[in-house]
Design a protein around this ligand. Structure first.
Ligand SMILES: Nc1ncnc2c1ncn2[C@@H]1O[C@H](COP(=O)(O)OP(=O)(O)OP(=O)(O)O)[C@@H](O)[C@H]1O
Length: 317
């Protein structure tokens, strides 16, 4: 896959002496949705702010489509749209004026049809003559997105896009982001909602304490770290785990009323073997329930345990 952003050895030490980024290496591929997941204070906003040229790095290098973010700032920045966490609109402007102005600030010639289309896509067209202060919180957020898209960026950064928004708007946002990706925009979003990363991302990066501890395809991550479990609820409880289940990763639970079989991707055949042995020994069951450990389990083990998966973080190239 073709990279659009390359980050190498990025460090940031704030004037206070606090080290917010401790050598981050990351490549973002063209056309993907990348979710940067991390707890409060992990360094997500610092990372985004450096790529967007708002904060100067202490060390390392960032290139956007080959352009160095410091040496070739204007070219690099023109490729990026940023939807910040805080609302930064001029409340007295109309929606139409503010989005057109944003485009102008990037030195782009006026393009009314494009701005109209952007507003239509974001369901803001009916509100185009409304002053921003008269819009709901959700609509104001949409205006931020429209502004960020006004200069046709190749990459869109969304910093905590759904923090504090209701469930319906969150779903709308996700839908909107998917449409943008389908139109060819690369999306990088920060979130501490695991559900959001799980729902949206093609790849997930986990950052904690200024270090990127994992970068992985979401599907691979789920497969690699997520174990699946099959719970067999028995008609009659068992006093102990029978000998004839030896060799299978099975445990007795619920006071002998259930057998729990834990397995990875490779061990699916064991399910048939388990059911065959139960049948052979006349053990009847009420129902079967299968579950998969979620990204949340993985995240908690990474952020608190820090051991697991750290070797999957990208090596510098
Ligand atoms: N200007 C600054 N001066 C000193 N320290 C700062 C500054 N900005 C951020 N920090 C510190 O750097 C760390 C990382 O902050 P950052 O905002 O990047 O985290 P974050 O992952 O975006 O967190 P959140 O999810 O809470 O937004 C925090 O401990 C923060 O207090």
């Amino acid at each position: 896959m073709e990279p659009i952003i390359r980050i190498r050895g990025l460090t940031k030490t704030y004037q206070s002496g606090f080290s917010a980024l401790k050598g981050v290496d990351l490549t973002i591929n063209r056309g993907e949705i990348f979710a940067l997941l991390g707890p409060n204070g992990a360094g997500k906003t610092t990372l985004i702010s450096i790529v967007c040229g708002i904060v100067n790095p202490t060390g390392g290098e960032v290139r956007v489509d080959g352009h160095d973010i410091q040496r070739d700032y204007r070219r690099a920045r023109s490729l990026i749209g940023l939807v910040p966490q805080e609302l930064t609109n001029n409340m007295f402007d109309t929606v139409w004026a503010t989005v057109n102005l944003s485009r102008g600030l990037f030195g782009k010639p006026p393009n009314k049809p494009l701005v109209e289309q952007t507003l239509r896509d974001l369901s803001l067209w009916d509100k185009r003559d409304e002053r921003i202060m008269n819009l709901s919180g959700g609509m104001k957020r949409r205006v931020l997105i429209a502004k960020a898209l006004s200069h046709e960026p190749a990459v869109l950064f969304l910093d905590e896009p759904t923090a504090g928004v209701d469930v319906a708007l969150r779903r709308d946002m996700w839908e909107m982001v998917r449409k943008l990706r389908d139109s060819g925009v690369t999306i990088i979003l920060t979130t501490h909602y695991i559900e959001e990363a799980e729902e949206m991302a093609d790849r997930i990066g986990v950052i904690t304490g200024g270090e990127l501890v994992l970068v992985e395809e979401k599907a691979t991550l789920m497969r690699k770290l997520g174990t699946r479990q099959l719970t067999v609820h028995l008609q009659q409880p068992l006093a102990a785990l029978p000998e004839w289940l030896g060799g299978l990763p099975v445990q007795l639970s619920e006071n002998g009323h259930a057998l729990v079989y834990s397995f990875g991707e490779q061990e699916q055949n064991g399910v048939a073997e388990l059911l065959r042995r139960l049948d052979q020994h006349g053990i009847e069951f009420k129902d079967l329930h299968s579950s998969q450990s979620s990204l949340e389990d993985i995240f908690v083990s990474l952020v608190h345990g820090r051991g697991r998966g750290a070797d999957s973080a990208e090596a510098p190239q």
